[in-house]
Design a protein around this ligand. Structure first.
Ligand code: S3P
Length: 450
């Protein structure tokens, strides 16, 4: 089992790219697999989560031709031949690994099929709530058994049925739930509508649009007419801003540092992390060079002496995955940072309120835990410590960043989990630790097949 050993750094000057966006890679594999022809997907994220979704689509009949691979990880560029909405029954249960997005979106896609499928995942995924998708899907007429030891949890046995459209008022602001319903709605005659209590990431709607499928947005309600077939298209996945966030925080907390992250996704439903870092004192320049579909651009960040801030309730769904590393930024900032209205963190890959609080305290930070968040009294020097990732990729990476600011050595154990979302993180960490600056120092090896 691998670990990170991290020491403090004094400067960060670098320019590089982060791997492809996780949310978009899942969706690209699914929509390409449903489409009516051949799609070329570029900069796909070859992380365990997304590779499981790609394998799921292959098990459902989509054909994949790999064009380029990230050595040691998997395909980053490929052609996917879609099934024109007619999927094959899989011959074995489908493994979703650690991925809530994979399982929940696939459940939406599979509920209306004329066959039965089983979805299973690892221990973490098997303890996460699935009622949030089985409930609305059952309202549409789906039949889903939750077979987990914990009530309402995976494995899921999905007995495909013809569904009827609903209007669903989502009780939690979840893009995964919204997307599961929209994907089920794509196969359901009539108009399916989801009303979200707050804005959530809109990659599903944007990607449906790229594949020629119309959705209609009225306020916080999103509707889809069933029976549309995604038209094959080519899709370039932008860099993942949630992966960039680790380095943005590291650079933000070093006055005088300068960081350039190129070709990163700048979808406004994902960029609240930038607003927060600016409020904390960092200077950020974002230059979009693609505005159609999914916005892509370069981010240039200049570090500063940070100060605390309060996250706004409406920002929480936008930056939910960045909260562990924002908590680290808060520990490095002067003053108080308050993160509330974030109960959702308790049902992520780990209970991220508990795991962040535990690791921050081990490093000497002053933290108060609430049922729905945490408050950090920043500015106390951090001390190196032995920490566990608890098997959670974002905890492993967030505390590698904390280690860059702690006295002595910080050891993070159980770090294989970073492959869930960020293949190559260890190489990027190594380059930062050794104060390397050029894009070549961060490049990961690729193999071209075609
Ligand atoms: C995701 C949505 C978020 C996020 C997850 C990816 C997505 O979850 O935490 O990492 O791709 O739709 P919720 O929508 O459940 O909040």
């Amino acid at each position: 089992m691998s670990e990170f050993r991290v020491k403090s750094i004094t400067k960060l000057h670098a320019e590089f790219r982060v791997p492809g966006d996780k949310s978009m890679s899942h969706r690209a594999a699914m929509l390409a697999g449903l489409s009516n022809g051949t799609c070329r997907i570029t900069n796909f994220l070859p992380s365990e989560d997304c590779l499981n979704t790609l394998k799921a689509m292959q098990a459902l009949g989509a054909r994949v031709e790999v064009l380029e691979e990230l050595e040691g990880y998997g395909p980053i560029s490929m052609k996917i031949e879609g099934r024109s909405m007619k999927l094959d029954a899989p011959t074995a249960p489908i493994d979703c690994g650690n991925s809530g997005t994979g399982m929940r979106l696939l459940a939406g896609l599979l509920a209306p099929q004329p066959f039965t499928t089983e979805l299973f995942g690892d221990a973490s995924l098997s303890s996460r709530p699935m009622g949030r998708i089985t409930k609305p899907l059952e309202q549409m007429g789906a039949q889903i058994e939750t077979l987990g030891e914990k009530p309402g949890c995976a494995p899921l046995r999905i007995h495909g049925k013809s569904l009827t459209p609903i209007t669903y008022d989502m009780p939690v602001a979840s893009a995964q739930v919204k997307s599961a319903i929209l994907l089920a709605g794509l196969f359901t005659p009539g108009k399916t509508t989801v009303i979200q209590p707050a804005e959530t990431r809109d990659h599903t709607e944007r990607m449906l649009e790229s594949f020629g499928v119309r959705t209609v947005r009225e306020g916080n309600a999103i509707s889809i007419d069933g029976g549309q077939t995604p038209e094959s298209c080519d899709f370039i996945v932008p860099g993942d801003i949630s992966s960039a966030a680790f380095w943005l925080v590291a650079a933000a907390a070093i006055p005088g540092s300068k960081l350039m992250i190129k070709d990163v996704g700048l979808n406004p439903t994902r960029t609240a992390i930038l607003a927060v870092l600016v409020r904390m004192g960092a200077r950020i320049l974002d230059v979009e060079h693609q505005t159609e579909g999914e916005p892509i651009g370069n981010l240039e960040l200049h570090g500063a002496d940070l100060h605390g801030t309060t996250l706004l309730p409406e920002e929480i769904p936008n930056l939910i995955d960045e909260i562990p590393v924002i908590a680290v930024a808060a520990a490095l900032a002067q003053g108080t940072t308050t993160i509330r209205n974030a109960r959702e963190l308790r049902v992520k890959e780990t209970d991220r309120i508990a795991t962040v609080v535990e690791n921050l305290r081990r490093m000497g930070a002053e933290v108060t835990e609430f049922e729905d968040g945490l408050e950090i009294q920043g500015g106390k020097p951090l001390t190196g410590a032995e920490l566990d990732s608890f098997g959670d990729h974002r905890i492993a990476m967030a505390f590698a960043i904390a280690g860059l600011f702690a006295s002595g050595e910080t050891v993070i154990r159980n770090t294989d989990c970073v492959n869930t979302s960020y293949p190559g993180f260890a190489r990027h960490l190594d380059a930062i630790l050794h104060e390397r600056t050029s894009p070549a120092d961060f490049e990961l090896k690729t193999l071209t097949h075609a």
